[in-house]
Design a protein around this ligand. Structure first.
Ligand code: DOR
Ligand code: ZN
Length: 462
């Protein structure tokens, strides 16, 4: 009998909270019991097994851990901007329990040994769980089958030039690559911008000496994104390759994606909080700091990104495109900085959950809808569900605990990233991360990152 009793005692219970999943709310006086880093049961506190330890969550809301499928850790090659330690500390403080890294490092991640080397670094440095995407270029089409076997998130093609200057494969190579990826279990994501339109317009503006930040927006119009979404979906329709649109920025592109999906193409999409929060006005106000590719859009494009993307369901998930660059590189305090000499992107790991909670507070979406976008769908898209992205018994005990009512203003000097330039500096939020839990361990307690470097593990679906 004693043996039986001890088996039913869990390691830890998380109580004094309400719980939201993608399927809806569970009432108050609920909790989660966890053993060996896995969920044992979820329900009313009275129904949970006893536990050796109890963590009280002060009446906050517990949701399945947020997954960010799009971060730039800058390692290897650009460690002065960010590294796996600082990126994942920022993730923990931002309520993110799993990150998927982007391959535009130096060297780029385009071969199995480079995937292994990224995972060696992450194994010693990461304090949350991790994966990496792998780039497809003209040079590695023959490596696609081996890479697909290597525990990657997915593949990525950069159709538009961005940080790292990775050239796009030709359309012929892309079509062949998509045929090869269709034979694997992987999905191919895109930086979807037509680079010939970008190159032509950028050259014109440079020639005319138009260096103000807004000309970068004009060099990458919604048409460049719409064309790339259409081309990708056309190739996906022909090859059967599942595709994903990273950082979808415009309502026009969301409409195009919706139409292709109606035709049966397996195409998923993410957008980023900055496309939902800002319009291109912030580029006029804050200058080069707000440069990002694809760029921030007009109020009309943003409105249609909300209506077609979020309300209409064309957008599956939210991710940051966390892209650290130093103050000097971003032209902080330098109004004369040429936008053409400024890299695109800014940090986002610690602002994405507060931004999304602010939208919830404003009634733009519900908490369960947010959980679906920020946890459940990314887990499904990258093959991690239900181990991640759910609160099912047996799933990893990854939780983001939030205080939906806390109002606060961002002071970027408090961010954990190595680089902190962001147009969100000084923005006011309603909603904050109060704890982050990865496989049952508290990695952020509301003030301090308590997760140790090396605690993070490779995230797999099995
Ligand atoms: O603005 C961006 N910055 N867009 C990207 O696609 C890449 C990113 C980076 O790596 O800096
Ligand atoms: Zn990116």
């Amino acid at each position: 009998m004693t043996g039986e009793t001890s088996q039913t005692v869990a390691d830890v219970r998380f109580v004094d909270c309400s719980i939201a999943t993608a399927n809806g709310w569970m009432g108050s006086d609920v909790g989660v019991a966890v053993s060996d880093g896995k969920i044992v049961s979820v329900g009313s506190v009275g129904s949970l097994p006893e536990a050796h330890r109890e963590v009280r969550l002060d009446g906050n809301v517990l949701v399945p851990g947020v997954i960010d499928d799009h971060i730039h850790t800058r390692t290897p090659g650009h460690e002065y901007k960010e590294d796996w330690k600082t990126a994942t500390q920022s993730a923990a403080a931002g309520g993110v329990t799993t990150v998927i890294a982007m391959p535009n490092t130096d060297p780029i991640v385009d071969r199995v040994d480079r995937v292994e080397s990224v995972y060696e670094t992450a194994a010693t440095d990461a304090c949350v769980d991790y994966l990496t995407h792998v780039v497809v270029t003209s040079d590695n089409l023959d490596r696609i089958p081996a890479l697909a076997e290597a525990d990657i998130g997915g593949f990525k093609v950069f159709l538009g030039i961005t940080f790292g200057d990775i050239e796009a494969p030709t359309d012929g190579e892309l079509h062949a690559a998509m045929g090869a990826i269709a034979d694997t279990d992987c999905r191919l994501g895109f930086h979807e911008e037509n680079d010939e339109i970008r190159a032509y317009l950028e050259a014109e503006f440079r020639r005319e000496g138009k260096n103000a930040a807004i000309y970068h927006n004009r060099s990458r119009p919604p048409l460049a994104e719409v064309e790339a979404v259409s081309r990708v979906c056309l190739f996906a329709d022909d090859t059967g390759c599942p595709v994903h649109m990273f950082h979808l920025s415009s309502g026009s592109a969301a409409e195009t994606l919706r139409d292709w999906r109606h035709r049966g193409v397996d195409a998923t999409a993410e957008t980023c909080p900055h496309y939902l929060w800002f319009t291109e006005d912030v580029v006029r106000e804050r200058g080069t700091v707000a440069r990002v590719q694809p760029p921030l859009r007009t109020a009309d494009e943003r409105a249609r990104l909300w209506s077609v993307g979020i309300d209409g369901g064309a957008v599956d998930c939210i991710a940051t495109d966390h892209a650290p660059h130093t103050d000097e590189e971003k032209g902080v305090g330098d109004p004369d900085k040429s936008v053409w000499e400024t890299p695109g992107g800014f940090v986002g790991l610690e602002t994405q959950v507060p931004a999304m909670l602010t939208f919830v507070a404003e009634g733009r979406l519900t908490l369960p809808e947010w959980v679906r976008l920020h946890s459940t769908r990314p887990a499904q898209i990258w093959g991690l569900y239900p181990k991640k992205g759910s609160l099912q018994p047996g799933a990893d005990a990854d939780f983001t605990v939030v205080d939906p009512d806390r109002e606060w203003t961002l002071d970027r000097t408090t961010l954990r990233s190595k680089s902190t330039a962001t147009p969100f500096d000084g923005e006011r939020f309603r909603g904050a991360v109060s704890k982050t839990v990865v496989r049952g361990e508290i990695v952020y307690d509301g003030e301090t990152v308590t997760g140790t470097n090396g605690y993070g593990e490779l995230a797999t679906g099995d």
